[in-house]
Design a binder for this molecule. Structure first.
Ligand code: ATP
Ligand code: MG
Ligand code: MG
Length: 581
C-alpha cells in the first residue's frame, strides 16, 4: 500500500544518493504571486541556513503552478530579495520546468490504479467527503471507473475538450482515513489561462498537492522543510511519492512567523492598497521585505531577528519592538551620525560678526575613530530644532529658553537666549542669542544639534521630505475578532505617515553620500539611481535612510550641487524603544 513502505522500489535510495553524493539539498519554494514578507525571511533562513550548516545546497524554486496569480514582476522581486538577504540559490528552478514530467507521472498514477478522472461538482465532492455535518464518506461513482477510461478522459482534459471544472484528476488515497488530506485530493484541474512561462502550452495544471512533493523528489531534495499547516499534508506527500514510485524526501515542519501591528496576507495587502490606504506593496509601513528594504532596514538586522527566534514548531507573532531593537543594534554599528533639524528655528548669535566663519570638526561616530571625522561651518546665523526651545522655562528643563543657556554639539562654548523675536502672527521669527565665549562657563547639561546658515559652504542641506512612520495598524493583531470586532480595515491608523517639509541637515550628509559614491559598489548603485544603502543617524532623533523617491545624480554629488537634488528621507526607527508601546 502506498505511504506505508519506506521506499517501494529497490534502488531508489541508491539513485538518490548517487545524485546528491550524500549532501543535504533544500529548497525555498515561493509562489510568485506577491512580494516576500518578514515570514518568508524565516523560511529563507531555515532552508538556506540548514543547507549551509550541513555543507549542502539550497535551490530557489518558483512554485508556479497557478497561472492566474503569477507574474514576472514577482519572479524578479523574489530573487532580488533572496540575494538582498545575503543568500545565493544553488539553482534557480520552476515547478513549470517539470510540467511534462509531472504530466507523465500523472499518467503513471492512473496506470497504477491510483488516480481517476472525476466529474463531480464542488458540492457533490464536498458531500461525498462527509459535508459540513461530517457525515459518512462515500466513494463517488467515478472512483472505480476503469483505468483505460480515466486515461482517455485525462487525454481529453489535456486536449482542452472539457470546460473548467467539468473534469478533474483525483488521487485515490483513503476515504476511511481520519486525515481529511487523504480524502482523494485533486491532482490536476483545467485552467484556460496563459502561464507566465509556458504560455498556452497547457490547459491542465497540477495542484500544489500533486506538484510540490514530486518537484521535491525530481530535484532530489533531502529535507522538504515547510510550515506547520502542512503537518496533515505530510501523509499525502509520502503517499504520492510511493504511488508513482519515486524517491521520497523527508518533510519537516516549522512554525510560521509574523510580527505585531501588521498584516502579511497578500489578499489583504492588495485590498488596503486598492482602498488607497497605501500606494504600493513596498510602502515602508508594511512588513513585506521590499517595504522593509525601502524603509532602510539593513538585511543583517532581519536575519539576526529571525535567527534569535530560532526554529520551533510554534506559530508566533512577535512584538515588532523586537525587530526594531535588532534594527537599532545593527544601525548603531553601521550608520554615521549627522545633525539634522526637522522643524527649524533661526538663531542669531548677536555677539559674532556678520561674516564670522569657523570650521568645527565632528566625528561621524563619537568614540569610534574608524568612522572618521568631517567639518561643518559655524556662523553667526544657525538653525536649531523648535523642540529644543521653550518660551516658558521650568527648573527641570535643560534646553534653550529665555535667559537660559544650552550647549551646541561639538562647539566649544554654550549659547544663551537673550530675546525672542516674533512674527506679526505671534509665531517665533528668530531667537537672539549670545555665544558665551568670554568669562568662565559652567558645563551645559544638554548639547543640542544645530546647522549653520552658510550658503557658500552649501549649508544647510535641504530635505524635500522627511517621512515619519508609525504602525499602520493600532492593534497587535488587526485580524483578531475579539480585539478588533470591525475587522482589520477599521484598525488602520490613518495618521501613520507624517511628512515633514523643510527639514535641514548639516553638510556631513553630503560627505556621507560622497564617501559612498567613491566606492565601487556605491558608484554602481548610484548610477542606477539606487540610494537604498545611504543610512544615517540624525543625532538625538533617529535612524534615517534615503527613500527611492529621491532624485540624486552622480553629477550632483561631484559638483556639490544639493540644489538640484530632491532628497526624500525615511525614518527607519527611533533611537530608543518607545516606552509607551
Ligand atoms: P502566503 O499565504 O503569505 O501567500 P504561502 O505559504 O502561500 O504564504 P509561499 O510563497 O508559498 O507563501 O511561501 C514560500 C515558502 O515560505 C513556503 O515554504 C512557506 O511555507 C514559507 N512561508 C510562508 N509564509 C511564512 C511565514 N509567515 N513564516 C514562515 N514561513 C513562511
Ligand atoms: Mg501563497
Ligand atoms: Mg504557497
Amino acid at each position: 500500500k502506498p505511504g506505508e513502505n519506506p521506499q517501494i522500489r529497490p534502488g531508489l535510495v541508491e539513485e538518490h544518493l548517487c545524485a546528491t553524493k550524500g549532501r543535504v539539498i533544500t529548497r525555498f519554494p515561493p509562489e510568485p504571486n506577491g512580494y516576500l514578507h518578514i515570514g518568508h525571511a524565516k523560511a529563507i533562513n531555515v532552508n538556506f541556513g540548514y543547507a549551509r550548516t550541513h555543507g549542502g545546497t539550497c535551490n530557489l524554486r518558483y512554485d508556479d503552478t497557478n497561472p492566474e496569480a503569477e507574474e514576472q514582476e514577482y519572479v524578479d522581486s523574489i530573487l532580488d530579495t533572496v540575494r538582498w538577504l545575503g543568500f545565493e540559490p544553488d539553482k534557480i528552478l520552476y515547478s513549470s520546468d517539470y510540467f511534462q514530467e509531472l504530466y507523465e507521472l500523472a499518467v503513471k498514477l492512473i496506470e497504477n490504479g491510483l488516480g481517476y478522472i472525476c466529474h463531480c461538482t464542488k458540492e457533490e465532492m464536498n458531500k461525498s467527503r462527509g459535508g459540513e455535518e461530517r457525515g459518512p464518506r462515500v466513494a463517488c461513482k467515478h472512483r472505480d471507473r476503469p483505468i483505460s477510461e480515466s486515461l482517455a478522459e485525462f487525454q481529453k482534459m489535456k486536449e482542452g475538450r472539457y470546460a473548467p471544472q467539468a473534469a478533474i484528476l483525483r488521487m485515490k488515497m483513503d476515504l476511511e482515513d481520519g486525515n481529511p488530506q487523504m480524502w482523494d485530493p485533486i491532482a490536476y484541474r483545467i485552467i484556460f489561462s496563459t502561464h507566465h512561462r509556458t504560455g498556452d502550452t497547457w490547459c491542465i495544471y497540477p495542484t500544489y498537492d500533486f506538484a510540490h512533493c514530486l518537484c521535491d523528489s525530481i530535484e532530489n531534495i533531502t529535507h522538504s522543510l515547510c510550515t506547520t499547516e502542512f503537518i496533515l499534508a505530510r501523509q499525502a506527500y509520502y503517499w504520492l511519492c510511493d504511488a508513482v514510485d519515486v524517491y521520497k524526501p523527508v518533510q519537516w515542519e516549522y512554525g510560521r512567523l509574523s510580527v505585531t501591528n501588521t498584516i502579511l496576507s497578500k489578499r489583504k495587502l492588495l485590498k488596503i492598497r486598492d482602498m488607497g490606504f497605501i500606494n504600493s506593496l513596498d510602502d515602508p509601513r508594511l512588513y513585506t521585505l521590499p517595504a522593509l528594504r525601502r524603509r532602510g532596514v539593513p538585511p543583517q538586522a532581519i536575519n539576526a531577528f529571525v535567527r534569535e527566534l530560532g526554529v520551533t514548531t510554534a506559530t508566533t507573532t512577535i512584538n515588532v519592538v523586537r525587530l526594531e531593537n535588532h534594527i537599532r543594534d545593527c544601525l548603531n554599528e553601521i550608520a554615521p551620525r549627522v545633525m539634522a533639524v526637522v522643524n527649524p528655528i533661526k538663531v542669531v548669535l548677536e555677539n559674532l560678526p556678520e561674516d564670522y566663519f569657523e570650521e568645527i570638526e565632528l566625528p561621524f561616530k563619537p568614540r569610534d575613530p574608524s568612522f572618521g571625522t568631517h567639518k561643518v561651518p559655524f556662523t553667526r546665523v544657525l538653525y536649531i530644532d523648535a523642540s529644543d526651545f521653550r518660551e516658558i522655562d521650568s527648573p527641570d528643563y535643560f534646553r534653550l529658553a529665555p535667559n537660559k543657556s544650552v550647549g551646541l554639539q561639538n562647539v566649544p562654548c554654550p549659547i544663551v537666549c537673550t530675546e525672542v523675536r516674533k512674527n506679526a502672527d505671534g509665531s517665533i521669527a528668530e531667537l537672539v542669542c549670545r555665544y558665551q565665549n568670554v568669562g568662565k562657563q559652567s558645563k551645559p547639561k544638554t548639547y543640542i544639534q544645530w546647522i549653520a546658515d552658510c550658503p557658500k559652504a552649501g549649508s544647510p542641506v535641504r530635505l524635500n521630505e522627511v517621512r515619519i512612520y508609525d504602525p499602520l495598524f493600532r492593534h497587535p493583531d488587526p485580524c483578531d475578532k475579539a480585539t478588533v470586532p470591525d475587522g482589520y480595515i477599521s484598525d488602520i491608523n490613518e495618521d501613520s505617515l507624517k511628512i515633514a517639509k523643510g527639514a535641514l541637515v548639516e553638510t556631513g550628509l553630503w560627505d556621507v553620500i560622497k564617501r559612498y559614491a567613491a566606492t565601487d559598489a556605491g558608484k554602481e548603485e548610484l548610477s542606477k539611481h539606487n540610494v537604498e544603502n545611504i543610512r544615517v543617524q540624525f543625532m538625538r532623533i533617529g535612524y534615517f535612510a534615503l527613500d527611492k523617491d529621491t532624485v540624486l545624480s552622480l553629477a550632483d554629488i561631484e559638483n556639490n550641487n544639493t540644489g538640484s537634488a530632491n532628497l526624500v528621507i525615511n525614518r527607519i526607527v527611533t533611537l530608543k524603544e518607545d516606552s509607551k508601546k
